[in-house]
Every structure is written in C-alpha cells, then in structure tokens.
Design a protein around this ligand. Structure first.
Ligand code: RP5
Length: 163
C-alpha cells in the first residue's frame, strides 16, 4: 500500500494470517490503507507495547488484533492505546477457539476490546470500515452499497427455494 495505513492488523503469529487475511481482504475491497504484521504479546512484549503506544501518532485510527489460545494481544494493546481495538479470536487445534474467545472478550471495565466471533476477521474488517465511516462519507457510501449487495444476494437465494 502506498498511502499511510489507517488500520493496523496485528497478530500473535504468522500462523494466524490465514484467519486474519479476511480482514485485510475487506480493507482492500474498500480501498482503506492498512498494514499487517506479527506483534506477539508473549514472544515480543516490548515491541507490542511500542506498537500500541506509537499507533495513533503514526496515523493509525483502528487496530485489529488477532491471536489464538491464551490470546492476550488485543487486550494488552488496548491497554496502551486510545484507539479502538477489535479483537479476533483465532481458532487453534484444541478447544475450538473457545480459549481465544474467552481470553479476548472478558476485558475488565475501562479497557474495551470489540470482540468479533471466533475466526470472524471478515467482520473485524467491516467493523473497522464502519468506525472510519462514521466520519467519512465515502466509506459510508461504500458500506451502504455493500449492504445492498447482501440484500440482493439474500433475495436471489430466496428465489431458488423449492426449485
Ligand atoms: C498465539 O499462539 C498466536 O496468536 C497463535 O494463534 C498461537 C500459536 O502460534 P504459533 O505456535 O503457530 O506461532 O500467540
């Protein structure tokens, strides 16, 4: 991306990317500049704190953070940035992602993380677009078109019922 990223997609490991890529695909579709990188809470804690502290001054406006298992990344980043943080519970081999979900969603009052469903990176991308769209008419228009597209697909599928 050539323009300055306004969304930061971070994840605990490159093994999270197949899940997190869905968020990147949505942002690409809406032409929203983003960056994507591994910032592990457990393996590189000081880098994680620096990332969170510098995010707003670097021009980021929303952070999407995904992690699996003992998924501390979204909450820890939310603790050191005033930006909205969207957490994506990444499902791993065991526990079907319930561990990731509960690690991310049960934040203490005062430190919010907007948690999407297990593996729900697509909605994380869309939620980031909606947050940016609240103050950007162009993105709001794109979102309205997207929603109209959903409606048309649902109607079309309904037409095929019983055929
Ligand atoms: C978490 O550990 C990462 O977010 C990832 O979901 C999980 C496993 O990481 P790898 O062992 O695949 O690098 O911190």
């Amino acid at each position: 991306m050539t323009s300055t990223p306004v969304v930061g997609i971070i994840m605990g490991s490159d093994s999270d990317w197949p899940t997190m890529k869905d968020a990147a695909d949505v942002l690409t579709e809406f032409a929203i500049p983003y960056e994507a990188q591994v910032v592990s809470a457990h393996r590189m804690p000081e880098d994680m704190i620096s990332y969170g502290k510098q995010a707003a001054s670097r021009g980021l406006r929303v952070i999407i953070a995904g992690a699996g298992g003992a998924a501390h990344l979204p909450g820890m980043v939310a603790a050191v940035t005033p930006l909205p943080v969207i957490g994506v519970p990444v499902p791993l081999k065991y526990l079907d992602g319930m561990d990731s979900l509960l690690s991310i969603v049960q934040m203490p009052g005062g430190v919010p993380v907007a948690t999407v469903s297990i593996g729900g990176a697509k909605n994380a991308g869309l939620l980031a677009a909606r947050i940016l769209g609240a103050s950007d008419e162009t993105i709001r228009g794109q979102l309205a078109d997207y929603q109209e597209g959903l409606r048309e697909v649902a109607i079309e599928k309904g037409r095929n019922l019983g055929k």
